[in-house]
Write a protein that binds this ligand. Structure first.
Ligand SMILES: *Cc1c(COP(=O)(O)O)cnc(C)c1O
Length: 239
């Protein structure tokens, strides 16, 4: 094994252990939780190694980095998740490689995603990103729609050609009433998911939890955790 492969294998094993322990502690089966490795800022060569190590879900948050990486890894059996704030002028590119867009947070984006999914002849799984730091009607600082806006957006996604409504996503808020209270934040997301599934029973995905708080997300009931630095290493500070 190369040094990098060895390092990633060790990190993956640690994360796998954490997920398994969190599932056991919550009385959940391990297969109720899917690991998505967030490969942003890391090269396609790392994605390739992760695939060799058995990773099947990867996520990216910037189209400029993700598009060439996905193209370089098109031969691998990977499911690609887009998890970043998405501008409508990037939607055509993202619809070409993403299997899931987890950051759907406004109607304009739904319209653009639908149009480009149809054009590409693809079906995109959509998660509505919920901002738990926003007021009931505002939008979150890091993207996301306030809880009060979920239902309307869900209806739009469900009715849009080329799109499939799969569930909800959130990032633990840094400000507002849930700051520092990850478990409560993820619990709130689960309640919102329960509400959503009354009208959209197939929208079962709940994407929550990152390197620092995956245990709290699993405890709350998340179906997908998005883990970056605990697998790939601490990213050099971005912007
Ligand atoms: C970067 C990122 C993650 C992973 O964060 P880590 O702390 O590196 O695990 C998860 N979700 C989103 C939306 C991200 O942008």
């Amino acid at each position: 094994m190369t040094d990098r492969k060895d390092e990633l294998a060790k990190n993956l094993a640690k994360v796998e252990r954490r997920i398994a322990d969190a599932c056991a502690a919550a009385g959940r089966a391990r297969d109720e939780v899917t690991l998505i490795v967030v490969t942003k800022t890391y090269p396609a060569s790392d994605v390739r190694i992760l695939s060799e190590l058995g990773v099947r879900h990867v996520a990216e948050n910037r189209d400029q980095d993700a598009a060439p990486k996905a193209a370089a890894c098109a031969d691998l059996p990977l499911t690609w998740h887009f998890v970043g704030q998405l501008q409508t002028n990037k939607v055509r590119s993202v619809a070409g490689y993403a299997d899931f867009v987890q950051s759907v947070d406004r109607s304009k984006l739904v319209t653009a995603l639908s149009k480009e999914a149809v054009r590409a002849g693809r079906e995109l799984g959509c998660l509505i990103q919920v901002a738990l730091d926003a007021g009931e009607s505002a939008r979150g600082e890091r993207g996301g729609v306030a809880p009060g806006g979920i239902e309307e957006l869900a209806g739009l996604v469900a009715a849009a050609p080329g799109l499939r409504l799969d569930g909800l996503m959130t990032v633990a808020p840094l400000s507002g009433e849930y700051a520092g209270r990850e478990q409560a934040a993820f619990g709130r997301l689960m309640d919102l998911s329960t509400d959503l599934r009354r009208s959209h029973p197939a929208a079962t995905m709940v994407s929550a939890g990152m390197s620092a708080d995956l245990e709290q997300a699993v405890a709350a009931g998340a179906t997908h955790v998005r883990v970056g630095s605990a697998v790939l290493g601490v990213r050099p500070s971005l912007r």
